[in-house]
Ligand binder design. Structure first.
Ligand code: PBG
Length: 324
């Protein structure tokens, strides 16, 4: 009790503050999401995500070199296909854009971790995350296509696959398919607790993946449900997930915290496009200090218990850490 206890004693100087600091950030914890398109020389800025681009493979490589130079751990690839169809066939084509990108990056930067998002929504003409029958996304048939996509990325040399579709049973289905194809050492990072969130808005512009009818509430989670999120995480762990992710990050820190206290595998969090866009927009207006908000939001995600952070600020934050 005061005056015996004075918590300010350890805040007096930066050396003392640094000595008792509980959480730290490192570029080795960051994964940078990147959008890859067909063509060459393409570096097209995404309107709702200033500073983020749709990149052709040559420009993507340049971006990856910069990230590796900054010591960022890895990249998460999202593909924008040449054409979309009902079963998202470019998702599992050997000449798919993500497959090309994986081969190119692994050839030039073998140390950089390449993760690929597994989902149908960027590749289907209806924009839903699975196969449609009578206006419904059918679960079990979709698993076949997701597994095919995972094996195809594995064959291209990806380091990890990250299913984001939210179908039931996709982790076990994918694990079996990967094992059968000879990829039993390839880890799966599951987007285990993925909420049906308005924070994905800018991403859907970027990937042109907004559903053409309805929404994703019949497969992504209700933002009201924290306990159900733990069931999702638990079932993915049982099915063989190696890393589990919570997404979005800042609005769901309670879920990250709870998951990190309950489960002993690495927890990842995805600071999504809407979180990025809000910070960029406010900063552009001069309403907030961008650098400080970037670091504080990333630190909060780490403090809540995430080991790994997918963030569009990966390069920016890595630069700030280097300057310190
Ligand atoms: C694909 C996918 C989405 C995001 C990651 N993977 C979009 C969605 O579910 O609609 C969102 C990422 C972001 O907003 O930054 N299913």
């Amino acid at each position: 009790m005061y005056p015996l206890t004075r918590l300010r004693r350890l805040r007096r100087t930066e050396s003392l503050r640094s000595l008792v600091r509980e959480t730290s950030l490192s570029p080795r914890d960051f994964i940078a999401p990147l959008f890859v398109v067909h063509g060459t020389g393409i570096r097209e800025e995404i309107g709702s995500m200033p500073g983020q681009y749709r990149l052709s493979v040559d420009c993507l490589l340049e971006e990856c070199r910069t990230l590796a130079e900054l010591d960022v751990a890895g990249v998460m690839l999202f593909g924008i296909p040449e054409h979309k169809d009902a079963t998202g066939s470019e998702a599992y084509s050997e000449q798919g854009i993500v497959q090309q990108a994986i081969r190119a990056i692994k050839r030039e930067l073998p140390e950089l971790i390449v993760i690929a998002d597994i989902c149908m929504c960027e590749y289907t003409d209806h924009g839903h995350c699975g196969i449609i029958h009578e206006c419904e996304v059918v679960n079990d048939e979709t698993l076949v296509y997701l597994s095919r996509q995972a094996v195809s990325f594995a064959e291209a040399g990806v380091d990890m696959v990250a299913p984001s579709d939210m179908m039931d049973g996709r982790i076990i289905a994918m694990r079996r398919a990967l094992d059968e194809a000879g990829f039993s050492s390839l880890p799966i990072m599951s987007y285990a607790a993925k909420f049906s969130s308005a924070f994905y808005g800018p991403f859907r512009d970027a990937a042109d993946s907004a559903p053409s009818f309805g929404d994703r509430r019949a497969y992504q989670m209700d933002p009201a449900n924290g306990r159900e999120a733990l069931r999702e995480i638990e079932s993915d762990i049982e099915e063989g997930a190696d890393i589990v992710m919570v997404k979005p990050a800042l609005p769901y820190l309670d879920v990250i915290k709870e998951a990190s206290m309950r489960y002993d595998l690495p927890i990842a969090a995805y600071q999504v496009s809407g979180e990025y866009a809000m910070i960029k927009a406010a900063a552009a207006n001069g309403w907030i200090d961008e650098d400080r908000i970037v670091m504080e939001s990333l630190l909060s995600i780490r403090r809540a218990g995430a080991k790994i952070i997918m963030t569009y600020f990966a390069a920016h934050a890595a630069r700030l850490l280097r300057e310190k």
